[in-house]
Design a protein around this ligand. Structure first.
Ligand code: PEP
Length: 229
């Protein structure tokens, strides 16, 4: 199983350091085949070592240059970061990233051999239209994306389940993962209100290869419970 923690705009450099130190102790008990990823805010990136992978939540398609507010490869190379989240719904919806920009980021970081966790997810009005509408919507989010890329992990995150405390049901997750896997054979994570209370149920659903966790990853105790459940 894959367990990924997305801190979003939470934690500082100091609290990330303390979190990672505490997490490392917990990870001694993790199954060797399980993989853990941490995506702290950009200001907390550093050269951490341990039984986990440090990734970046976002970066721009450049080595360096005049892109105010962005970070590029040069800043990631300083900490040997080779893993990135692309296509998160908060970047699509709040920061206005178009499918075209998302696909350009994918192509750029693929060329740099990054491991890419590529996020897709439907809004509530699409879910309410039924399974067929959901799959059509999700597959459209692969426009311009090389789904055969070997370092690709996909995260299915229904937007209405993110940060709401309301996870998708086991049936919704199972049918969506099954339909996605018919088209794209890559590790497939579920994300959306994953917490210690529901981790066992979610990880036993067929077609779930791991989880991407936001809110419940912010506390090291809670994230460790998820990883070690
Ligand atoms: C996320 O945004 O990637 C996420 C899954 O958030 P949460 O766990 O808070 O729903």
């Amino acid at each position: 199983m894959i367990f990924a923690a997305n801190f979003k705009t939470n934690h500082t450099r100091a609290t990330t350091k303390a979190y990672i130190e505490a997490l490392k102790e917990k990870l001694v008990a993790k199954k060797s085949e399980d993989k853990v990823y941490i995506f702290p805010p950009a200001t907390a990136l550093d050269s951490y070592t341990g039984d986990f992978t440090l990734g970046v939540q976002n970066a721009y398609t450049t080595q360096n240059g005049a892109y105010t507010g962005e970070i590029g490869l040069e800043q990631l190379e300083e900490f040997t970061i080779k893993t990135i989240l692309i296509g998160h719904s908060e970047r699509r919806e709040i920061l206005g990233e178009s499918q075209e920009l998302v696909a350009a980021k994918f192509a750029y970081f693929k060329k740099q051999d990054f491991e890419i966790i590529y996020c897709i997810g439907e809004p509530l009005e699409i879910r309410e239209k039924g399974d067929k509408a959901v799959i059509e919507y999700l597959l459209a989010q692969f426009e311009g994306i090389d789904t055969s890329y070997e370092n690709l992990i996909i995260a299915y995150e229904p937007i209405w389940a993110i940060g709401t405390g309301r996870s998708a049901t086991a049936d919704e997750i199972a049918s969506t993962h099954e339909a996605l896997k018919r088209t794209i054979q890559k590790p497939l994570l579920y994300g959306g209100s994953v917490k210690p209370d529901n981790i066992k149920e979610i990880t036993t659903i067929r077609g779930v290869d791991g989880v991407l966790v936001g809110s419940a990853s912010l506390d090291v105790e809670s994230f460790s419970q998820i990883v070690l459940a």
